[in-house]
Design a protein around this ligand. Structure first.
Ligand code: LRH
Length: 480
């Protein structure tokens, strides 16, 4: 029975998950889970990559001690990267995409390359979190001067595990520096931005190739997987023949459609849609919006509460009162998220949430409205309709969010798997090892092993009225 190990790193936590295939079904169990704690240093907000590496290594060791494993794969959140010097050493602590140093980056990029041109080349929406935005904010820095090579985070950990550095396609496509058609570095864009070309002087490889063997466990190969967590999650969407959309729901809400070719129109750019690289040449045409981050920060501010308790309380609170735009810049890194949500309702003339349950309900109602907006806009831009919406990731376990998203979008929601990212990671390895055939077969294995839960839409006058109010709110802001 072949067993694979997925290392799946999210902005809030990381996990090491083991998956075994038997008779066309995948059984998964979590070997190790750990918190991901960003650290604020005098120069800005960083990831603690050494702690993450120690934790993921401990998880792999625990899995290897339990029985033979046929491979390891690593996926992580997008955009963030490490710089390596000419001896392969790490330069500085990688930055967190929420660090504020990128404030002027979008203007700089538009001035140097042109917003339309960089979009037509890379297919990536202009966001301050993009690797490109971070690199232009670092120009003339000593770190950039000393750097020989850039590796995105999953590839950094793969390098530390095996001694071999690769650049995997799906994670590279979150940089805004990869050519969306050829899936090679967009050297013209890199040059115009004034970013040293030598950092990218390496081939970009697809998911599913052998990288090398683990230094600590020489019998175990490391495979490239879809290194971008969203790409791994979408590979594990148990989509059948019905035309469907997806929502990968975690810290971010990534709503969109899987396409064969990118949509590179000005309209798509101005609506904030990206064309991200998926498995087997697929394109994830999606909008990257703020997701359960809003709730994560509320929970942190309130300390004691669990997500389950918060959602249970919100179930009892009256719905469709105060609404906010989840992408309001006030929510990017506030000290006190609940206070910011209340302030945003007040600022926008919305009913002001009076207690925790009302704040949570405001978040979930607002996310459901945004999900509808993004799905409908994706359909218009791509000229394709989704008859069902698959929700994967942590949000698939949030029944209120799933129900509200079904009601607002008017589509049946198929929720799960919650651990889609790890599942996609495991099955891309299984395919590389010859255990599974195509992407379609991967999705059949998921549907058989972890059948999704269905929520049928029940729109009401109140939900429709809330959506109209949400649109007015968007009209009065600068956000797309
Ligand atoms: C989701 C995600 C998203 C990014 C972001 C920083 O976890 O990878 O696709 O852009 O994190």
């Amino acid at each position: 029975m072949p067993t694979f190990v997925a290392v799946d790193l999210g902005a809030e936590s990381g996990r090491v998950v083991r998956g075994s295939l038997r008779d066309g079904r995948l059984a998964v169990d979590e070997v190790h889970r750990f918190v991901n704690r960003p650290v604020a240093l005098p120069d800005g907000l960083h990831w603690d990559v050494l702690a993450l590496f120690a934790d993921l290594s401990a998880g792999i060791a625990a899995a290897a001690a339990d029985g033979p494993i046929s491979g390891v794969g690593i996926d992580a959140w997008g955009n963030d990267f490490a710089l390596l010097d000419r001896a392969g050493g790490l330069i500085g602590n990688p930055w967190h995409y929420r660090d504020q140093r990128t404030r002027s980056s979008l203007d700089l990029i538009a001035a140097r390359v042109g917003a339309g041109e960089i979009y037509r080349t890379t297919g990536t929406a202009p966001l301050p979190i993009n690797t490109a935005s971070q690199l232009v904010a670092m120009e003339d820095s000593a770190q950039l001067e000393a750097a020989e090579r850039l590796v995105l985070l999953p590839d950094l950990f793969g390098y530390w595990l095996t001694g071999q550095a690769v650049t995997e396609q799906t994670i590279a496509s979150t940089s805004q520096l990869l050519d969306v058609e050829t899936r090679t570095w967009a050297t013209g864009v890199i040059d115009k931005l004034g970013i040293p070309r030598r950092l990218f002087d390496y081939d970009v490889v697809p998911p599913g190739i052998a990288v090398g063997r683990l230094r600590e466990h020489p019998e175990v190969p490391l495979w490239t997987v879809a290194g971008h967590d969203t790409a791994s999650a979408v590979a594990a969407v148990p989509a059948g023949a019905a035309p469907s959309g997806f929502l990968s729901s975690g810290t971010w809400s990534l709503v969109g459609l899987e396409l064969d070719a990118p949509v590179l129109t000005d309209e798509a750019r101005l609506s904030g849609f990206s064309n991200e690289a998926g498995v087997d040449g697929t394109i994830r045409f999606l909008r990257n919006g703020t997701g359960l981050w809003l709730l994560q920060r509320c929970r942190a501010a309130w300390r004691s509460a669990s997500y389950a308790d918060l959602v249970a309380a919100a179930e009892q609170a009256p719905g469709f009162q105060g609404l906010v735009d989840p992408d309001d810049p006030a929510f990017v890194s506030p000290r006190d998220m609940p206070a910011q949500l209340v302030a945003a309702c007040r600022r926008n003339g919305q009913p002001v949430p009076a207690d925790r349950a009302a704040v949570v309900r405001c978040v979930l109602d607002s996310l459901a409205c945004r999900h509808r907006w993004s799905l409908e806009r994706a359909e218009q831009l791509a000229g394709r309709r989704a008859d069902v919406l698959h929700i994967v990731g942590g949000g698939a376990a949030n029944s209120l969010l799933c129900r509200l998203t079904a009601d607002l979008t008017g589509r049946p929601v198929l929720a799960g798997p919650v651990e889609a990212t790890a599942v996609g990671n495991l099955l891309v390895q299984a395919r590389a090892a010859g255990e599974v055939g195509s992407l379609t077969e991967i999705r059949e294995v998921v549907a058989r092993s972890l059948p999704p839960r269905r929520y049928d839409p029940q729109p009401t006058d109140r939900s429709e009225d809330a959506y109209r109010r949400f649109l007015t709110l968007l009209d009065s802001s600068d956000n797309f």
